[in-house]
Design a protein around this ligand. Sequence first.
Ligand SMILES: *Cc1c(COP(=O)(O)O)cnc(C)c1O
Length: 419
Amino acid sequence: MKKPFVTHAQLQAITEQYPTPFHLYDEKGIRETARRLKAAFSWNPGFKEYFAVKATPTPGILKILQEEGCGTDCSSLTELMLSDKCGFHGSDIMFSSNETPAEEFALAAKLGATINLDDFTHIDFLKDTLGYIPETISCRFNPGGVFQLGQSKEGFQVMDTPGDSKYGFTRDQLFEGFRKLKALGAKRFGIHAFLASNTISNDYYPALAGILFQLAVDLEKETGCDVCFINLSGGVGIPYRPDQSENDIAAIGAGVREQFEKILVPAGMGDVSIFTELGRYMLGPNGCLVTKAVHFKHIYKEYVGVDACAANLMRPAIYGAYHHITVSGKEDKPCDHVYDVVGSLCENNDKFAVDRPLPEIEIGDILVIHDTGAHGFSMGYNYNGKLRSAELLLQADGTVKLIRRPETPEDYFATMLFD
Ligand SMILES: *Cc1c(COP(=O)(O)O)cnc(C)c1O
């Protein structure tokens, strides 16, 4: 059973001070998650998590992660600027972009960020943009084909198709690219790959590590380039559904270590640093969207209208993604009613839940939409002139802090030209 990280009494008090809807984050949970990850990889002295800023681009969150020793992973100009404003500097910033504008490479280099190139042609583009190639450089690998893990009767545990994804160098391009970068002055090399998203499996990172570690050994041997870090990127998932079980990050860290000791250590590469760029795993369960039931509608189905909409959380609308919902104060009541929980957009996909068994809902009930801490608020948009909500932090001492004010109509009109 999924329980919210915030009690009914706390939510009643918070909603008296801050109108719904809002995203609420759990400082204690964020710190605990960051510490669990760090402990799982403590066997690797150079380990570092570069939090994927796109998941939750909020200073109040980034600062907590910074205190826990994380860097940031950026993929755009404003994410780089945000990292800079939050006090991340130099090698605390990873820049993993694609189809990159020149000004973004220029800012990344100015900040001293580690640049992770997405394509072979970006080597010349970067050199032409900067006038040089940085001494530390990384390249993203795409092995092509289909990536599969752990076949069972129910199918594959993890399956994704790198061959259809727009990212990264082919294997041949990577070897040629490393030689070229070395000739242009690069001295310290990294490799990066992201092969599957939201994996509910302790085997994904170890399997990816096995592929990248062997690749690193081959690259050093054939090109003479010094591979200093291997970036396992994002993709460790979270149990959105109540029947799914949580990944065991300690087991994941141990699985990566096994590959490290089997492949890198015998090759004399035991000093390689492991990096991660997790977003969802770090923040997903540590945030929720809090909304109120405002209308009922009884037509061919039973609808509960809430004051949040897909502009606050887009995942159900665009991917049909499941987000668990609990009714605050009714967590232990039987789920003996079936509702569609819907927002107010003039779009029929604006549904947080379809045919969802829930306790009987009354107008004014507070609904907690779970696991919105990553790729939740950040995917928000202004369709139908809807305004983005506030973000609040439930601090470790139990008090609540506003970490982003809600948008106002003035924000909405700010870019419009009336004459
Ligand atoms: C989106 C992204 C991540 C984070 O992915 P999660 O699934 O949230 O862990 C990390 N690295 C890169 C390059 C990404 O694009």
